[in-house]
Design a binder for this molecule. Structure first.
Ligand SMILES: *Cc1c(COP(=O)(O)O)cnc(C)c1O
Length: 397
């Protein structure tokens, strides 16, 4: 390839990118894409090295399930590989409508809309429902795409302290009166910490202050409350009016969704830009998700296994009991997390270091996730390794 630097503006562009990269490298925040070849749900290969994957979100191994793969293959044969247009033009293949009906039944909502990804769903929801003059309160540890959607909406965006209902209440009391409409945004299961949002209290505050709660259950469905999701970790279930999720994690496919009332879903079908101006998801992805959803609704033992394995791991490693398959081992600096990750790699475990801005500065970590496809013996080996050198472990003793 010839260099593009012949043109003056291209040269300043490359200089900008190189300087930025060098800065990120110095602070150990540069990230790299690594080719990863998967052999099954947990066995992968990187740079010719066989590794056990302990950082995937394919919690149930369904991306490798023969029935799910067969459904995707049949859909590609019947409907083609791409959907060819936006849902509102001609992209609305029958499987999308079928999946929306199944998800609405599963979540107990009137209606559902499927999006191209979970990220796109969250870019769609807040901007369709709020604008300038409105208020969005968001948990400080909520997923980046909830923040991105909030920012796009042009509403006033304020964070509240993680899972702190007192802080949420005082911010609502201060800021709600001057806002026209208000939303509260939170993860159901926090993606980097694995803890649950206090949904019953949060929904009670939302009702008291007339604020619309959006709960992102990307890490709840399939693995929490026997697969039913974080709302069902409470009795009675804590059902937010806006229940968002992804097809890309325990469902083993790709896509996102919102379950809500008919009125809300109809408004989004007309107004949500990440639905209107993007091509509909591929038929194979939707067929895979349909098949996976059917499995999740029938195989409770499968859905219980990832969190049970996380509990086994934490008991062996001396870590607090987890409520989901996500176990954070917080190490502090980016370099400590990178070093821990590379030591695990030496021992045959793939646990990618999680650094800012994915997590707050000073809380870089290993984020260990458990899959139904893991073996107990491998989990015990990993626990022995972690407990041998984790400072947090010694502190917890
Ligand atoms: C992964 C994730 C998303 C994004 O979903 P994709 O389908 O991967 O785009 C949204 N919210 C949370 C909490 C996530 O962890």
């Amino acid at each position: 390839m010839t260099s593009t630097n012949a043109l003056p503006a291209a040269a300043t562009l490359d200089a900008f990118a190189s300087t930025k990269l060098a800065g990120l490298e110095r602070s150990e925040l540069r990230r790299r894409l690594v080719e990863t070849d998967g052999h099954d749900a947990v066995r992968v290969e990187q740079d010719g090295r066989a590794l056990l994957n302990f950082c995937s979100n394919d919690y149930l191994g369904l991306s490798r399930h023969p029935g799910v793969i067969a459904a995707a293959q049949a859909a590609a044969a019947r409907y083609g590989t791409g959907s060819g247009a936006s849902r509102l033009v001609t992209g609305g293949h029958p499987l999308l409508f079928e999946l929306e009906a199944c998800l609405a039944r599963f979540k107990g909502s009137e209606d559902c809309i499927v999006f191209g990804s979970g990220y796109l769903a969250n870019l769609a929801i807040a901007p369709a429902l709020t604008g300038s003059g409105d208020l969005i309160l968001i948990d400080e540890l909520a997923h980046a795409c909830l923040f991105a959607g909030a920012q796009l909406s042009r509403a006033r965006v304020e964070t509240f302290r993680h899972n702190d209902l007192g802080d949420l209440e005082s911010k609502l009391a201060d800021l709600r009166p001057e806002a026209r409409r208000a939303m509260i945004l939170t993860d159901g299961v926090f993606s980097m910490d694995g803890d649950l949002a206090p949904l019953p209290g949060l929904l009670a505050l939302a009702d008291r202050f007339d604020a619309w709660a959006l709960v992102d259950d990307a890490h709840g469905v399939g693995v929490v409350a026997s697969g039913r999701g974080s709302a069902h970790a409470f009795n009675p279930p804590a059902l937010a009016p806006l229940q968002m999720g992804t097809l890309s994690k325990s469902l083993g496919s790709y896509g996102g969704y919102l379950c809500a009332s008919s009125a809300v879903c109809e408004l989004l079908r007309t107004r949500a830009r990440p639905l209107v101006f993007t091509t509909a998801p591929a038929p194979a992805s939707i067929a895979a998700a349909l098949q996976a959803l059917a499995l999740i609704q029938t195989d409770t033992a499968l859905c219980q296994r990832p969190t049970a394995l996380a509990r086994r791991f934490c008991a062996a490693a001396g870590l607090p009991e987890p409520v989901s398959p996500i176990v954070p081992v917080i190490l502090g600096s980016a370099s400590a997390a990178l070093e821990a990750s590379s030591r695990l790699r030496e021992a045959g475990f793939l646990v990618t270091a999680i650094r800012p801005p994915t997590v707050p500065r000073g809380t870089a970590r290993l984020r260990i996730t458990f899959s139904a496809a893991h073996d107990e013996a491998d989990i015990d080996r990993l626990a022995a390794l972690i407990s041998a050198w984790t400072p947090q472990y010694e502190a917890a003793e």
